[in-house]
Design a protein around this ligand. Sequence first.
Ligand SMILES: [Zn+2]
Ligand SMILES: [Zn+2]
Length: 346
Amino acid sequence: MTTVAAYAAPAAKAPLERTTIERRAVGEFDVLIDIEFAGICHSDIHQAREGWGTAIFPMVPGHEIAGVVSEVGPGVTKYAVGDRVGVGCLVDSCRACENCLKGLEQYCLGGNVGTYNAVGKDGEPTYGGYSQKIVVDENFVVRIPDGLSLDVAAPLLCAGITTYSPLRHWNAGPGKKVAVVGLGGLGHMAVKIAHAMGSEVTVLSQSLRKKDDGLKLGADHYYATSDPKTFEELAGTFDLIISTVSAPLDFGAFLSLLRTDGALVNVGAPEEPISLNLFSVIAGRKTLAGSGIGGIRETQEMLDFCAEHGIGAEIELISAAEINEAYERVLASDVRYRFVIDTATI
Ligand SMILES: [Zn+2]
Ligand SMILES: [Zn+2]
C-alpha cells in the first residue's frame, strides 16, 4: 500500500479538505499513475453532497484523470513507465456480461465499479482523481495521445466521452443537423466534437449570453430557448438533439424541433420524473433516448479523435485549495467551461 495526499469530503455537504488515503499495492495487471490533472465534473458535487442518494465517506471525487504511468505490474502489456494516460468514470466491471464483451462496460449488467464512491472487487472503497496517485487495472486505463496536453485532456474522460458516444451512436456527421441544448461543461464539448465530425451545429441555450463563445467553439447557429419564436423557426429541423442540461425541459417542445426519425438524447437528467404526451414521438417516428458515458474502447477512440482534430476542453486551471470555491461556481454556472485541478498543489 502507498499513502498518498488527496482532497476529500469527510461527510456529506462538508467542505473538501486535504487528507491522505491508501492506494493498494500495484498488482499483476495494475498501473500506478502519477496524477497531474483532475477535472471537476458536476456529478462530483452531486455525490459529495449526497444529491444522488447515500454515498461513501470520506469521498475523494474525480473521474476526469490525466497523468503519467510511474510503475506497472508484471503482467501489464499495454502500458509502460512514462506513458501519458487517463482514467474516466470506471475502474472495473464484471468483464463477462454481454455488454462488457461488446465494450459497453458503462452498461455492465453485473455492475461496474465507479472510480470513486464505489466499492472495488477487493471490498475497499474507491477513491478518485483529487489525489496524487491512483492504481488502476490496465484494462480501464486509456492512452492520451501526444498531441493533447494533459490539462485540457482531463475533462475529455467524462465530459468528452459523454457527448462523443451519443454523437457517434446516432451518426452525427456531414449532412446532419445537430442541436446541443445547454452550453456548459458537457455542452461545450458536444459543440466541438459535433463540429469536428462535420455536422451543422446549433446551440440551444436559455439566453444569448454565451453566443460569441458558442460560435467560436464551432457552432454554426445559436438560439435562445427563452424566445418562443425559436421553436416556431426551428420546428422539424434537427436530425439529432443532445440535451446536456439537468433542469427539467419541455420535452414536447424540444421533440417538435426534430425531423422525422430524429432523436433527442439526454446526457443530463432532471431529478424529477417527466410527463410527456406520446404523440410528440409518434408523429414523425421520433426517439427520446438517453446515453451514459462510454466504454473503454470508445473512450480511446474519442481521445484519438480529439487529438486528430486538436480538440481539448476549455479549462480554468485551479489549485487544490480552490476546490470548494470552484464547486460553488459550478453550481452558479460560473465556469467557462471546466475547472481542472493541478494535483501538484494537493
Ligand atoms: Zn463526470
Ligand atoms: Zn459486465
